[in-house]
Design a protein around this ligand. Structure first.
Ligand SMILES: C[S@@+](CC[C@H](N)C(=O)[O-])C[C@H]1O[C@@H](n2cnc3c(N)ncnc32)[C@H](O)[C@@H]1O
Length: 479
């Protein structure tokens, strides 16, 4: 197999069929309209081709490749993306959307892209530079996943290119796009792992939790761009807020699952500048997250502890639910995250939230434990996590989740309900943690059925929740 040892100047440049590069760039820019991120079609070749979000220009592609190089270097995707966007100040809004989308896509489809690169004769081990690896992945993704022509791909990343250093010339890139794609492995689990680009152990683990026959749909849904969901405030005003958004030209629809949840159905940027979001009539909150807050069944006047409050997403929803006569004690082991929750509560003038160092668990009727977890339900947002997680890390999360539940259970009074939740789809962090907890705590029982939000069924991230009720003594039978 060939290694790229020569400088690119020594190689023949690709001949473009039409006009000068600048003309093609202009055409490419004007033709790329933003489309529905959810729309996709089966290519019949073992993977689905799907639409592009935002506007893929040459400058945007450069930012994508730079960010992906940083991801290959081990930088968290979020940080790599924000750094690349900071450096690319001149990009317009729709180009920035493309950059964010494409950077996530390269991590989402990493395994498939590696397979295609390998079968075209370019295994990562034979590439001289990470820039080459990132460029190849970008080209293969644009061509095979989003359906861009090879010519168009060259318009976006062709030489003389702004991505430097680089040792892979345009004609080599184009030949890689023309190479036949290898068949997927025949063994079902390996096939699913390759087709949807997941590590095998994770497919195995998701398969243990997914409803029968729905594993592939779960994997496909975890590879989709997340939808933007919001919560209308105060409760019961969704219709009014939807009408306001419509009058501002922001398309949104009611979510069937909850009375105050709504989903943005068009360009997601406009809502961020809209009055309803700026004046506190809307809170950005994943549908599953809203369902978890609703599982707390909080009513006005209640006292609630949010034990893992983080940046306060659910604490704000709980504060709205208890109203001015109730109390929410927000707690988190991270002072930094809690300071963000404090800022948001102050901004919305939610005086019923306080942030005591040691919240009084014995005063609470409901204690929410929105536990630290693998985040396997929200891989759509952070696809690089697929490649960083391990079965060992999941076991470590389960251990921590059990410990947090034990700590909270010790402080709760009989009659109180501990609501346990995660944004993981894995049994090991969900049902298994709850079952092990109940086995250790005979004075607790399940209060109602558990909540399972599956990403492929509800256009949300994947979430889990269970209500655990404390009794004065051991419970004979657990419903
Ligand atoms: C899933 S996040 C919470 C998200 C938050 N509830 C929201 O809705 O935005 C989990 C949080 O648990 C916190 N955490 C981790 N270990 C903890 C512990 N032992 N006690 C309390 N909080 C902990 C983390 O700092 C993190 O903010």
């Amino acid at each position: 197999m060939q290694a790229y040892t020569k400088s690119v100047r020594e190689r023949a440049p690709l001949r473009l069929k039409k006009g000068p590069l600048s003309k093609l760039v202009d055409e490419a820019d004007s033709k790329s309209a933003p489309v529905d991120p959810g729309s996709r079609f089966e290519s019949g070749e073992g993977h689905s081709t799907h639409a592009v979000v935002g506007r893929p220009t040459r400058s945007a592609a450069t930012a994508v490749v730079k960010a992906h190089v940083a991801v290959l270097d081990g930088k968290p995707l979020r940080a790599a993306l924000s750094e690349a966007l900071d450096q690319a100040e001149r990009l317009g809004g729709s180009e920035r959307r493309f950059v964010a989308f494409a950077v996530r896509e390269l991590s989402r489809h990493q395994r498939l892209l590696e397979l295609w690169a390998r079968s075209a004769g370019h295994p990562a081990s034979k590439l001289q530079l990470q820039e080459d690896e990132a460029l190849l992945r970008y080209a293969l993704w644009r061509h095979h996943v989003t359906g861009a022509t090879a010519e168009r791909v060259v318009v976006e990343i062709g030489l003389p290119g702004p991505v430097r250093p680089r040792s892979i010339p345009d004609n080599v890139l184009v030949r890689a796009l023309e190479a036949p794609r290898p068949p997927l492995p025949p063994e079902p689990l390996e096939r699913a792992a390759t087709q949807h680009s997941f590590p095998g152990w994770l497919v195995d683990a998701i398969g243990r939790a997914a409803p029968t026959g729905e594993l592939e749909a779960v994997l496909a849904a975890l590879n989709l761009e997340p939808t933007l969901t919001l919560r209308a405030r105060p409760a019961g005003t969704r219709a009014e807020v939807l009408a306001q958004l419509a009058s501002l030209g922001v398309a949104a629809e009611a979510c069937d699952e909850l009375p105050d949840a709504l989903r943005i159905t068009d360009d997601r940027r406009a809502v961020f500048d809209s009055g309803p979001l700026k004046n506190g009539r809307l809170q950005v909150m994943d549908l599953g997250s809203q369902q978890l807050a609703a599982l707390c069944q909080v009513t006005p006047g209640m006292t609630v502890v949010d034990w893992c409050s983080g940046a306060g997403g659910k604490a704000l929803a709980l504060a709205d639910a208890v109203g001015p006569t109730g109390r929410v004690f927000a707690h988190d082991s991270s002072k930094r995250r809690l300071s963000e929750a404090r800022r948001r509560a102050a901004e919305l003038k939610l005086r019923q939230i306080s942030f005591p160092d040691a919240p009084r668990l014995d005063l609470a009727q409901v204690i929410l434990v929105d536990a630290p977890c693998s985040g396997t339900g929200t891989l759509g947002r952070e696809p690089d996590q697929k490649w960083k997680l391990s079965a060992k890390a999941v076991a470590q999360f389960a251990q921590t989740q059990g410990e947090i539940l034990d700590e909270v259970a010790a402080g709760a009074v009989p009659g109180a309900v501990v609501v346990y939740g995660t944004c993981s789809v894995l049994r090991e962090e969900d049902e298994d943690v709850v079952e092990a907890f109940l086995a250790r705590h005979p004075d607790f029982s399940l209060d109602g059925g558990s909540l399972r939000v599956w990403p492929h069924r509800s256009r949300s991230g994947g979430f889990f929740g269970a209500r655990l009720k404390k009794h004065a003594g051991p419970v004979a039978s657990r419903a």
